[in-house]
Design a protein around this ligand. Structure first.
Ligand code: AMP
Length: 284
Protein backbone atom coordinates (compact mmCIF):
# COMPACT_ATOMS: atom_id res chain seq x y z
CA UNK A 1 0.00 0.00 0.00
CA UNK A 2 1.31 3.43 -0.94
CA UNK A 3 0.63 6.37 1.34
CA UNK A 4 0.30 9.56 -0.70
CA UNK A 5 -0.36 13.06 0.56
CA UNK A 6 0.22 15.10 -2.61
CA UNK A 7 -2.61 15.47 -5.12
CA UNK A 8 -0.17 15.59 -8.05
CA UNK A 9 1.36 12.26 -7.03
CA UNK A 10 -2.00 10.51 -6.68
CA UNK A 11 -3.15 11.96 -10.01
CA UNK A 12 -0.11 10.49 -11.72
CA UNK A 13 -0.85 7.06 -10.22
CA UNK A 14 -4.50 7.33 -11.31
CA UNK A 15 -3.43 8.28 -14.84
CA UNK A 16 -1.39 5.08 -15.06
CA UNK A 17 -4.27 2.99 -13.69
CA UNK A 18 -6.62 4.44 -16.31
CA UNK A 19 -4.17 3.57 -19.08
CA UNK A 20 -4.11 -0.02 -17.90
CA UNK A 21 -7.95 0.05 -17.64
CA UNK A 22 -8.08 -0.86 -13.97
CA UNK A 23 -11.31 -0.25 -12.05
CA UNK A 24 -10.91 2.06 -9.10
CA UNK A 25 -13.00 1.97 -5.91
CA UNK A 26 -12.81 4.99 -3.60
CA UNK A 27 -13.61 4.92 0.14
CA UNK A 28 -13.62 8.49 1.48
CA UNK A 29 -13.28 8.77 5.25
CA UNK A 30 -12.21 11.01 8.11
CA UNK A 31 -10.13 8.19 9.58
CA UNK A 32 -9.93 6.58 13.00
CA UNK A 33 -11.20 3.40 11.44
CA UNK A 34 -13.77 1.06 12.93
CA UNK A 35 -15.62 -1.92 11.45
CA UNK A 36 -17.99 0.42 9.56
CA UNK A 37 -15.10 1.84 7.55
CA UNK A 38 -13.57 -1.60 7.11
CA UNK A 39 -16.82 -3.01 5.69
CA UNK A 40 -16.70 -0.35 2.95
CA UNK A 41 -13.07 -1.25 2.21
CA UNK A 42 -13.88 -4.94 1.99
CA UNK A 43 -16.60 -4.30 -0.55
CA UNK A 44 -14.46 -1.87 -2.53
CA UNK A 45 -11.71 -4.50 -2.62
CA UNK A 46 -14.07 -7.19 -3.85
CA UNK A 47 -15.56 -5.06 -6.61
CA UNK A 48 -12.52 -3.24 -8.02
CA UNK A 49 -9.01 -3.86 -9.28
CA UNK A 50 -7.66 -1.00 -7.19
CA UNK A 51 -8.81 0.52 -3.90
CA UNK A 52 -8.08 4.07 -2.82
CA UNK A 53 -8.93 5.02 0.77
CA UNK A 54 -8.80 8.67 1.70
CA UNK A 55 -8.38 10.03 5.21
CA UNK A 56 -9.07 13.73 5.55
CA UNK A 57 -10.68 15.52 8.49
CA UNK A 58 -12.40 18.10 6.35
CA UNK A 59 -12.59 21.53 8.03
CA UNK A 60 -15.21 22.69 5.51
CA UNK A 61 -17.82 20.36 7.00
CA UNK A 62 -17.37 21.48 10.62
CA UNK A 63 -19.25 24.56 11.79
CA UNK A 64 -17.76 27.05 14.24
CA UNK A 65 -17.75 25.47 17.72
CA UNK A 66 -17.97 21.87 16.46
CA UNK A 67 -15.38 19.19 17.22
CA UNK A 68 -12.85 19.79 14.41
CA UNK A 69 -9.83 20.15 16.72
CA UNK A 70 -10.79 17.29 19.00
CA UNK A 71 -11.90 14.93 16.22
CA UNK A 72 -10.18 11.57 16.88
CA UNK A 73 -7.15 10.88 14.71
CA UNK A 74 -4.99 7.76 14.43
CA UNK A 75 -2.72 7.93 11.38
CA UNK A 76 -0.65 4.85 12.24
CA UNK A 77 -3.58 2.64 13.20
CA UNK A 78 -5.46 3.68 10.06
CA UNK A 79 -2.53 2.85 7.80
CA UNK A 80 -2.18 -0.61 9.35
CA UNK A 81 -5.91 -1.35 9.00
CA UNK A 82 -6.22 -0.03 5.43
CA UNK A 83 -3.23 -2.14 4.44
CA UNK A 84 -4.74 -5.21 6.08
CA UNK A 85 -7.98 -4.67 4.14
CA UNK A 86 -6.08 -4.55 0.87
CA UNK A 87 -6.08 -0.82 0.10
CA UNK A 88 -3.64 0.01 -2.69
CA UNK A 89 -3.41 3.72 -1.95
CA UNK A 90 -4.02 5.63 1.26
CA UNK A 91 -4.54 9.30 0.41
CA UNK A 92 -3.82 11.59 3.36
CA UNK A 93 -3.72 15.17 2.10
CA UNK A 94 -3.11 18.15 4.39
CA UNK A 95 -5.67 20.93 4.75
CA UNK A 96 -3.38 23.24 2.70
CA UNK A 97 -3.20 20.66 -0.07
CA UNK A 98 -7.00 20.43 -0.33
CA UNK A 99 -7.81 24.09 0.39
CA UNK A 100 -4.82 26.21 -0.63
CA UNK A 101 -4.86 29.95 0.10
CA UNK A 102 -7.44 31.65 -2.11
CA UNK A 103 -9.70 28.60 -2.30
CA UNK A 104 -13.19 29.73 -3.37
CA UNK A 105 -15.29 26.97 -4.94
CA UNK A 106 -17.98 25.02 -3.10
CA UNK A 107 -20.58 22.46 -4.15
CA UNK A 108 -24.08 22.75 -2.76
CA UNK A 109 -26.85 20.24 -3.35
CA UNK A 110 -29.87 22.49 -2.91
CA UNK A 111 -32.62 21.68 -0.47
CA UNK A 112 -31.44 18.21 0.65
CA UNK A 113 -28.64 19.72 2.72
CA UNK A 114 -30.99 21.94 4.71
CA UNK A 115 -33.13 19.15 6.16
CA UNK A 116 -32.60 16.78 9.11
CA UNK A 117 -28.96 17.17 10.26
CA UNK A 118 -28.60 20.25 8.04
CA UNK A 119 -30.90 22.21 10.36
CA UNK A 120 -28.54 22.04 13.29
CA UNK A 121 -25.34 21.81 11.22
CA UNK A 122 -25.55 24.68 8.72
CA UNK A 123 -22.97 24.39 5.93
CA UNK A 124 -22.12 20.80 6.88
CA UNK A 125 -23.35 19.14 3.70
CA UNK A 126 -21.87 21.86 1.50
CA UNK A 127 -18.51 20.97 3.03
CA UNK A 128 -19.13 17.25 2.53
CA UNK A 129 -20.22 17.64 -1.11
CA UNK A 130 -17.26 19.90 -1.85
CA UNK A 131 -14.62 17.57 -0.46
CA UNK A 132 -16.10 14.47 -2.05
CA UNK A 133 -16.41 16.24 -5.43
CA UNK A 134 -12.72 17.11 -5.13
CA UNK A 135 -11.81 13.53 -4.17
CA UNK A 136 -13.78 12.18 -7.13
CA UNK A 137 -11.95 14.56 -9.47
CA UNK A 138 -8.60 13.56 -8.03
CA UNK A 139 -9.16 9.78 -7.85
CA UNK A 140 -11.50 9.32 -10.85
CA UNK A 141 -13.12 6.26 -9.22
CA UNK A 142 -15.52 3.91 -10.99
CA UNK A 143 -17.33 3.37 -7.69
CA UNK A 144 -17.68 5.32 -4.47
CA UNK A 145 -18.41 3.46 -1.19
CA UNK A 146 -20.54 5.15 1.47
CA UNK A 147 -22.29 4.01 4.64
CA UNK A 148 -26.03 4.09 5.25
CA UNK A 149 -25.16 5.20 8.78
CA UNK A 150 -24.90 8.71 7.29
CA UNK A 151 -27.95 8.30 5.08
CA UNK A 152 -28.51 11.98 4.38
CA UNK A 153 -24.88 12.39 3.36
CA UNK A 154 -25.12 9.35 1.08
CA UNK A 155 -28.29 10.69 -0.58
CA UNK A 156 -26.73 14.07 -1.12
CA UNK A 157 -23.57 12.62 -2.64
CA UNK A 158 -25.57 10.33 -4.90
CA UNK A 159 -27.59 13.31 -6.09
CA UNK A 160 -24.46 15.40 -6.60
CA UNK A 161 -22.90 12.66 -8.75
CA UNK A 162 -26.07 12.41 -10.81
CA UNK A 163 -26.64 16.15 -11.17
CA UNK A 164 -23.04 16.91 -12.10
CA UNK A 165 -22.75 13.92 -14.48
CA UNK A 166 -19.92 12.39 -12.51
CA UNK A 167 -19.05 9.04 -14.02
CA UNK A 168 -19.15 7.11 -10.76
CA UNK A 169 -21.41 4.47 -9.21
CA UNK A 170 -22.46 5.35 -5.68
CA UNK A 171 -22.77 2.27 -3.44
CA UNK A 172 -24.46 2.69 -0.06
CA UNK A 173 -23.69 -0.15 2.35
CA UNK A 174 -25.52 -1.19 5.55
CA UNK A 175 -24.72 0.27 8.95
CA UNK A 176 -22.31 -1.79 11.03
CA UNK A 177 -23.32 -1.95 14.70
CA UNK A 178 -21.87 -2.87 18.06
CA UNK A 179 -23.34 -6.02 19.62
CA UNK A 180 -25.87 -3.97 21.58
CA UNK A 181 -27.09 -2.21 18.40
CA UNK A 182 -25.25 1.11 18.70
CA UNK A 183 -24.14 2.24 15.23
CA UNK A 184 -20.35 2.33 15.09
CA UNK A 185 -18.97 5.84 14.88
CA UNK A 186 -15.64 7.54 15.51
CA UNK A 187 -17.56 9.88 17.82
CA UNK A 188 -18.70 7.05 20.13
CA UNK A 189 -15.42 7.45 21.97
CA UNK A 190 -16.70 10.78 23.30
CA UNK A 191 -19.24 8.84 25.40
CA UNK A 192 -18.59 8.45 29.12
CA UNK A 193 -19.30 4.89 30.42
CA UNK A 194 -22.81 5.73 31.67
CA UNK A 195 -23.62 7.49 28.36
CA UNK A 196 -22.28 4.53 26.41
CA UNK A 197 -24.65 2.31 28.41
CA UNK A 198 -27.62 4.55 27.45
CA UNK A 199 -26.66 4.99 23.79
CA UNK A 200 -28.18 1.77 22.35
CA UNK A 201 -31.62 3.11 23.35
CA UNK A 202 -31.59 5.10 20.11
CA UNK A 203 -31.39 2.04 17.87
CA UNK A 204 -33.85 0.15 20.07
CA UNK A 205 -36.39 2.97 19.72
CA UNK A 206 -36.14 3.25 15.93
CA UNK A 207 -36.20 -0.56 15.54
CA UNK A 208 -39.38 -0.76 17.61
CA UNK A 209 -40.99 1.95 15.49
CA UNK A 210 -40.02 0.11 12.31
CA UNK A 211 -41.80 -2.97 13.69
CA UNK A 212 -44.87 -0.88 14.49
CA UNK A 213 -44.82 0.62 10.97
CA UNK A 214 -44.38 -2.69 9.24
CA UNK A 215 -47.09 -4.15 11.48
CA UNK A 216 -49.54 -1.72 9.87
CA UNK A 217 -49.21 1.68 11.59
CA UNK A 218 -48.88 4.16 8.74
CA UNK A 219 -49.27 7.39 10.67
CA UNK A 220 -46.01 9.33 10.72
CA UNK A 221 -46.86 11.37 13.79
CA UNK A 222 -47.81 8.33 15.88
CA UNK A 223 -44.57 6.60 14.96
CA UNK A 224 -42.51 9.67 15.82
CA UNK A 225 -44.35 10.02 19.12
CA UNK A 226 -43.58 6.39 19.96
CA UNK A 227 -39.85 7.06 19.48
CA UNK A 228 -39.90 10.34 21.40
CA UNK A 229 -41.67 8.68 24.32
CA UNK A 230 -39.26 5.79 24.31
CA UNK A 231 -36.25 8.15 24.36
CA UNK A 232 -37.67 10.57 26.89
CA UNK A 233 -36.74 8.26 29.77
CA UNK A 234 -33.10 7.90 28.76
CA UNK A 235 -30.88 9.87 31.16
CA UNK A 236 -28.92 12.67 29.48
CA UNK A 237 -30.36 12.08 26.03
CA UNK A 238 -31.52 15.23 24.29
CA UNK A 239 -33.40 14.73 21.00
CA UNK A 240 -32.38 16.92 18.05
CA UNK A 241 -34.86 15.41 15.60
CA UNK A 242 -36.87 12.29 14.82
CA UNK A 243 -38.24 12.20 11.29
CA UNK A 244 -39.63 9.82 8.69
CA UNK A 245 -38.75 10.91 5.18
CA UNK A 246 -39.05 9.61 1.66
CA UNK A 247 -35.99 7.77 0.39
CA UNK A 248 -35.53 10.21 -2.51
CA UNK A 249 -36.33 13.84 -1.62
CA UNK A 250 -36.03 13.43 2.15
CA UNK A 251 -39.48 14.96 2.47
CA UNK A 252 -41.56 13.96 5.52
CA UNK A 253 -44.00 11.24 4.50
CA UNK A 254 -47.50 11.57 5.89
CA UNK A 255 -48.53 7.97 5.29
CA UNK A 256 -45.65 5.56 5.78
CA UNK A 257 -46.34 3.31 2.79
CA UNK A 258 -43.52 3.55 0.26
CA UNK A 259 -39.80 3.15 0.99
CA UNK A 260 -38.99 5.55 3.80
CA UNK A 261 -36.09 6.38 6.10
CA UNK A 262 -36.72 6.78 9.79
CA UNK A 263 -33.86 9.01 10.94
CA UNK A 264 -32.98 10.46 14.33
CA UNK A 265 -30.25 12.52 15.94
CA UNK A 266 -29.66 12.99 19.66
CA UNK A 267 -27.10 14.64 21.86
CA UNK A 268 -25.74 12.49 24.64
CA UNK A 269 -23.11 14.19 26.79
CA UNK A 270 -20.67 15.73 24.35
CA UNK A 271 -21.50 13.28 21.56
CA UNK A 272 -24.01 13.80 18.79
CA UNK A 273 -25.39 10.42 17.74
CA UNK A 274 -27.27 9.80 14.53
CA UNK A 275 -28.96 6.65 13.34
CA UNK A 276 -31.56 5.56 10.83
CA UNK A 277 -33.50 2.53 9.71
CA UNK A 278 -35.32 1.73 6.47
CA UNK A 279 -39.02 1.03 6.35
CA UNK A 280 -40.59 -0.93 3.48
CA UNK A 281 -37.24 -1.46 1.75
CA UNK A 282 -34.06 -3.45 2.30
CA UNK A 283 -31.40 -1.13 0.93
CA UNK A 284 -30.85 2.38 -0.39
P1 AMP B 1 -16.47 9.06 8.51
O1 AMP B 1 -15.03 8.67 8.65
O2 AMP B 1 -17.23 9.05 9.78
O3 AMP B 1 -16.63 10.33 7.71
O4 AMP B 1 -17.13 7.92 7.63
C1 AMP B 1 -16.59 7.51 6.40
C2 AMP B 1 -17.57 6.58 5.71
O5 AMP B 1 -17.82 5.46 6.55
C3 AMP B 1 -18.92 7.25 5.42
O6 AMP B 1 -19.40 6.82 4.16
C4 AMP B 1 -19.77 6.72 6.54
O7 AMP B 1 -21.15 6.68 6.23
C5 AMP B 1 -19.22 5.32 6.70
N1 AMP B 1 -19.56 4.80 8.03
C6 AMP B 1 -19.35 5.42 9.23
N2 AMP B 1 -19.84 4.66 10.23
C7 AMP B 1 -20.36 3.54 9.66
C8 AMP B 1 -21.02 2.39 10.16
N3 AMP B 1 -21.23 2.21 11.46
N4 AMP B 1 -21.42 1.45 9.28
C9 AMP B 1 -21.22 1.62 7.95
N5 AMP B 1 -20.59 2.69 7.41
C10 AMP B 1 -20.18 3.63 8.25
Amino acid sequence: MKIISKISELREAVRQLKISEENIGLVPTMGCFHEGHLSLMRRAGEENDVMIVSVFVNPAQFAEGEDLDGYPRDAEGDAALAKKEGADYLFTPSVEEMYPAGYRTYVEVENLGKKLCGRSRPGHFRGVATVVAKLINICMPDALYLGQKDAQQAFILRRMARDLNMDVEVRILPTVREEDGLAMSSRNRYLAPDERASAPALYRAISEAKKTAEGGEKNREKLIKQIRESLSGVPGMDIDYVEIVSADELEPVQEVECPAVLAAAVNLGSARLIDNILINCEEL
